[in-house]
Design a binder for this molecule. Structure first.
Ligand code: FES
Length: 159
């Protein structure tokens, strides 16, 4: 058996905190996964296995919940999450061009993280402000009527 890395040890400590907070209740699995994601930024496979062991439930149950809800991230994400709306209104008004501009500006594909760890981006469906199409969201902030040429300036606002 290999020794856990420092990062893995920290993940275990943080996961233990979440499990204790939720009283090791397997019925609180969704809340546990939400808390873990909030703290770690995503839910690593090793953490899913650890949660299953500590709750004494099959890993398949943890995995099926984690993969069923799209809100759960199973791979690392950047410090800032960019969501590009590709709902109907945004699609018509140029959402796909914003995706291209982001790809070229960040040099990564959707769901990947930039080498400096700052950004990830992903396409999403209608974010609820179609009047501002095309829209991107960075963290909790909406940016509306965005043109591909605006992408660089918008991204620069985020450290
Ligand atoms: S389609 Fe993009 S906000 Fe509705």
């Amino acid at each position: 058996m290999t020794e856990a890395t420092l990062e893995e040890k920290q993940y275990i400590e943080k996961t233990d905190y979440v499990l204790e907070k939720n009283k090791f209740d397997s019925n609180a699995l969704i809340a546990i996964l939400q808390d873990v994601q909030h703290i770690l930024g995503y839910i690593p496979k090793t953490t899913m296995k650890y949660i299953a062991e500590r709750l004494d439930i099959p890993i398949s149950r943890v995995y099926s919940v984690a993969t069923f809800y799209k809100a759960f991230k199973l791979s690392p994400v950047g410090k800032h999450m960019i969501k590009v709306c590709l709902g109907t209104a945004c699609h018509i008004k140029g959402g796909p061009l914003l995706m291209k501009a982001l790809e070229s500006e960040l040099g990564v594909q959707p769901e990947e993280v930039t080498p400096d760890g700052k950004f990830s981006y992903e396409p999403v469906r209608c974010v609820g402000c179609c009047g501002l199409a095309p829209v991107i969201m960075i963290d909790e902030n909406f940016h509306g009527k965005v043109k591909p040429a605006d992408i660089k300036k918008i991204i620069k606002q985020y450290d």
